[in-house]
Design a protein around this ligand. Structure first.
Ligand SMILES: [Zn+2]
Length: 62
């Protein structure tokens, strides 16, 4: 019975370790940019490019 618990513990540990690099990679790839109009920081993936600058939404585009 003790061995089963040990194996389950190891599997859980490996699972948690295996998940870790993925979440770190996502955090690193989420580059933050500042909106040219309202100075809000937002992820690059959600920002709208305006020449060399960035905008947070269409509302800031005018
Ligand atoms: Zn904005």
């Amino acid at each position: 019975m003790f061995q089963i618990l040990l194996i389950l513990g190891l599997i859980t540990l490996i699972y948690l370790i295996a998940r870790e690099p993925k979440s770190n990679f996502v955090e690193k790839s989420t580059e933050m940019v500042k909106c040219q109009n309202c100075d809000i920081n937002l992820p690059l993936s959600e920002a709208i490019q305006n020449g060399d600058n960035w905008l947070c939404s269409n509302k800031c585009q005018t």
